[in-house]
Design a protein around this ligand. Sequence first.
Ligand code: G4P
Length: 527
Amino acid sequence: MTLQEEITRRRTFAVIAHPDAGKTTLTEKLLLFGGAIHVAGAVKSNKIKKGATSDFMEIERQRGISVATSVMGFEYEGCKINILDTPGHEDFAEDTYRTLTAVDSVIIVIDGAKGVEAQTRKLMEVCRMRSTPVIVFVNKLDRPSKEPFDLLDEVEKELHIRVRPLAFPISNGPTFKGVYNLYEKHLSLFTSDEKLTADASTVEISDLNSAELDARVGKQYADQLRSDVELVEGVYDPFDREAYLRGELAPVFFGSAVNNFGVRELLECFIRIAPSPRPAPTQTRMVEPSEPRMTGFVFKIHANMDPNHRDRIAFLKICSGIFERNKNYLHVRSGKQLKFSSPTAFMAEKKSVIDVAYPGDIVGLHDTGNFKIGDTFTEGEKLKFTGIPSFAPEQFRYIENADPMKFKQLAKGIDQLMDEGVAQLFTSSLNGRKIIGTVGALQFEVIQYRLEHEYNASCRWEPISIYKACWIESDNAEQLADFKRRKHTNMAVDKHGRDVFLADTSYALALAQENFKDIRFHFTSEF
Ligand code: G4P
């Protein structure tokens, strides 16, 4: 197969959802279809259950499983599909954001009874920032759900994206009859069978007025469907794939993941419309996947679970060319040539050493502590991929050394954990103290636990009251200097030495933005 053919047949995506909407269940069903797993439950345990926030064993267990399920690759009808897993717990949202930089599209799962929830909204913001194409799957229709038109309106309004249903449900909850596929014009009758890997009962109904429909679902529901479909065709424009690819229009499907209902149709449509690897932006130019020279970037680093081995796995997304085992590549940040003797690929439950990988694929690289998130690899060109931002943290604590004899271990541990993207480190301009900023509170426990177990260092947290940290810059040097002087007690630098303003309250932040018009306040590290 040529490089172009390999690119064209690849689909790299993530399933995202508010916790409990059914992300894990849907992922699992997709894998079952792909023949990548054979039993239900293989992916199931990959999340921190609610209420387990202080259970360190649970965190460790989750880390172990999430290495295995970080990337789940499988073949389906000639396509090579890579599903990138994202952590379920919202305290790990930043991990999810970074994973979204490595996908070419996403499937958003929404609980039909709950509609759009907080985490869905946040994740969609990240998709919008990157114009990532999204498909919406409304799940749990076997339970009493909101009305489909209300759900469609809600998605449109809350997620700020135009929608186009490609299937439409017939009732829901106890009277759920099935889903009518609007583009293939067939009816899938609802059956509840978790083990099936094909939708059981599908009937061709190209003419909705046929008596077959009444016979299958009863006159009342048949009439309802007829008027719903008429409304859909009247209200929504025909599906426009280009608008979907631009991230402006989301096709919507309905189903029930746990009953394996509507999943095949989702997958069939997905492989047809979802994009293959797309051009990736760097600081200097766009990189086309079909360029012959290999380029890629690290979007995730995973520490080894074994405290005796401080090795890590860096996840490299291939952006162009062919990645080859034992070939020298330039690690752009250090300027070093590196080659990898055992790069791994992930096929659902299995990890195996690979010889080559293509754009869209994720390769696991063995790392002894040299790589950072965002690192670029090339065949010599000094590129730096962009769009892998850190987000303004929202929780802060001073970190103090709790064991004076272990100062070095602590410094090293903090350094490596920050490279992994677990949290962000700031140094206060006021007193030089180190401040750790995270997206969720759970991270502090994770850091403390890992410092002890992996680095033999111990730390202590001390409270600090900060509302938000944001990066600042300005072309007006005088105003910037004035700002830094006045806000001296609230200034810090990040690990790259950039200025960071630590606002005490939302009011203080708003006031600063109001009073210092020439200063730009950034809420992600990339600007
Ligand atoms: P998440 O990864 O998005 O957090 O959600 P997950 O797939 O774990 O699903 C959350 C719960 O919703 C699970 O129940 C799952 O069985 C259920 N679920 C998923 N899809 C459907 C569906 O189509 N219909 C119905 N009725 N339920 C669905 P749980 O009780 O939390 O877990 P379990 O004990 O069933 O494993």
